[in-house]
Design a protein around this ligand. Structure first.
Ligand code: ATP
Ligand code: MG
Length: 495
């Protein structure tokens, strides 16, 4: 296991060199052995659960780790905070996986840093297990995401209205560079660090830019936008509601990060919000594309100081952005909505089994979605039924009754294609999961883990969630929508 630590080399303005705070009685609770194998964590260490507990609680440092808490800023619900940073997290360093891909290894809930702002630096068992379950589920669903290697109990109590067992999550990410990381330096007028961060981000995530013609800032923005569009399309496809799409929770890599108040859509309604503090529906299911655009606009702004015209020496005139670059940036921002809509149409077409686009498809798609909202129908179950209905009489009957003409129109459209039905069905299946981490099951599993002190419930759930496109013997236990549960479900920024 060989650490490299490229982020710490960026310079002291990028972090606080704080170390994890040791805990009383660490115990390994969840371990992701497939991910551990991918990260080349030695089998000998993987078998030694006591050692894993020591290392992944922050009690002992893995050889070669150089911990740091990263600096970042961020817009939270639209309000800018120039200094947030890892207030309860420590980046240990980076590991190369079996394919030579670089991954950050970060502890979350591992104690305070210079960025803690009065917080305790800790995490409760519930949010820690939620992050593990949700990120594993997202990964299996094919959604770009940070992942979890471990959850370790600390043996200490954390207080969040009530006492809870404390836990440390080990997060693995293709990086932890956020829109807010750029905003941190932009807000300080620190062009030197901003340039270092830009170049580091390009090398790490978009090295192809190094061989491209054009301005590096504009190219980086374009790539980041592409990844955000792809990310939100996946979220919408599987019914994921992030819940707190602040710029500090937006990774430039385009991976899902921060599972604090996230939840899954039950009945289809774009206005769905579960977060207890999101009174305006800013981060509602159907507003996530708008917010991704808003966040990318903030990202563009944070790069503007690297796009300035040359100033004559001793000039005190306000520096201006180069016109051609400003035009290119504006084009990218103004083009976002159209690009998104195109990708959205393609995603819906794929979910509905439309092999090639045809006139009238948009009307069919809108009608189906409108009907789901009007009839309060479950998003995942309905698309699962549509997929099955091509050769399953029960699903066919169900949809004929529930969606009547809308279903008949779809069925006609989908069966009158040159492609054979089996092929259409298997391509629909790749888009439409049979099971998702439903809110009521997630909550029940978290409660079971906390009250029993055993990971059993999480492990059984994970077994099913790791095969979201395949019905196994245990799948039916987790497919029900939990009648009425979602209507007053609330999530909290999970600290
Ligand atoms: N218990 C805590 N102690 C100290 N700081 C905290 C605590 N909880 C959250 N913070 C800080 O508050 C800010 C916003 O928190 P938020 O919930 O978005 O992030 P997070 O869940 O801690 O981490 P991440 O975004 O890395 O998943 C961050 O700067 C975070 O470090
Ligand atoms: Mg966060």
């Amino acid at each position: 296991m060989q650490f490299s630590n490229t982020y710490i080399k960026l310079g002291e303005r990028f972090f606080d060199p704080s170390h994890p705070t040791p805990v009383d009685n660490p115990q390994l609770f969840l371990w992701n052995s497939a991910l551990a194998d991918q990260l080349q964590i030695p089998q000998e260490l993987q078998k030694d659960t006591d050692a894993l507990a020591q290392y992944f609680s922050g009690n002992q440092l893995l050889e070669g780790a150089e911990p740091l808490s990263a600096a970042y800023a961020g817009h939270q619900f639209g309000q800018f905070n120039p200094q947030l940073g890892d207030g309860r997290a420590h980046l240990l360093g980076e590991l190369l996986d079996t394919q030579g891909i670089r991954w950050d290894l970060q502890l979350k809930g591992s104690g305070t840093s210079a960025f803690s702002r009065g917080g305790d630096g800790r995490c409760a068992i519930g949010p820690a297990v939620r992050e593990f379950i949700m990120s594993e589920a997202m990964h299996a669903l094919g959604v770009p995401t940070t992942r979890c290697l471990a959850v370790t109990l600390t043996g200490e109590t954390v207080y969040r209205q009530q006492p809870h067992p404390g836990a440390v999550v080990t997060r693995v990410g293709s990086s932890h560079i956020r829109v807010g990381s750029f905003q941190f330096f932009s807000a300080r007028g620190d062009k030197e660090s901003l340039t270092v961060l830009r170049d580091y981000t390009i090398d790490r995530h978009f090295p192809e830019i190094n061989d491209m013609e054009g301005d590096r800032n504009v190219l980086l923005l374009e790539k980041a936008i592409e990844r955000q569009i792809n990310l939100v399309i996946h979220w919408l496809r599987v019914g994921f509601i992030h819940g707190v799409m602040n710029t500090d929770n937006t990774a430039i890599s385009g991976d899902t990060i921060d599972f604090g108040p996230c939840a899954m859509l039950g009945d289809y309604d774009p206005r769905t919000v579960y977060s207890s503090i999101d009174h305006q529906g800013r981060y509602a299911y159907g507003n996530q594309a708008n917010i991704a655009l808003w966040n990318m606009t903030r990202f563009a702004e944070s790069l503007l100081s690297l796009c300035l015209k040359e100033q004559p020496e001793n000039s005190d005139a306000e520096p201006e952005v180069k016109e051609d670059l400003l035009d290119q940036i504006k084009d990218l921002i103004n083009g976002f909505a159209e690009r998104f809509e195109k990708a959205h149409q393609q995603m819906l077409a794929a979910k509905l089994g439309f092999v090639e686009a045809k006139d009238g498809d948009e009307t069919i798609m809108l009608e189906i979605l409108d009907q789901l909202t009007a009839r309060k129908m479950d998003y995942t179950q309905t698309f699962n039924h549509l997929t099955k209905s091509l050769n399953d009489e029960a699903s066919h009957q169900y949809l004929s009754e529930k969606l009547a003409d809308t279903y008949n129109t779809w069925r006609q459209r989908v069966t009158q294609q040159d492609t054979d039905v089996d092929t259409i069905q298997s391509s629909m299946r790749q888009q439409n999961p049979v099971v998702i981490p439903r809110n009521h099951h997630v909550e029940a599993v978290l409660q079971a883990c906390e009250s029993s002190g055993s990971p059993e419930a999480a492990l059984s759930f994970l077994d099913v969630l790791r095969n979201p496109y395949q019905e196994t013997a245990d799948t039916p236990q987790y497919q029900d929508s939990g009648e009425g549960f979602d209507s007053d479900y609330q999530t909290f920024c999970g600290t």
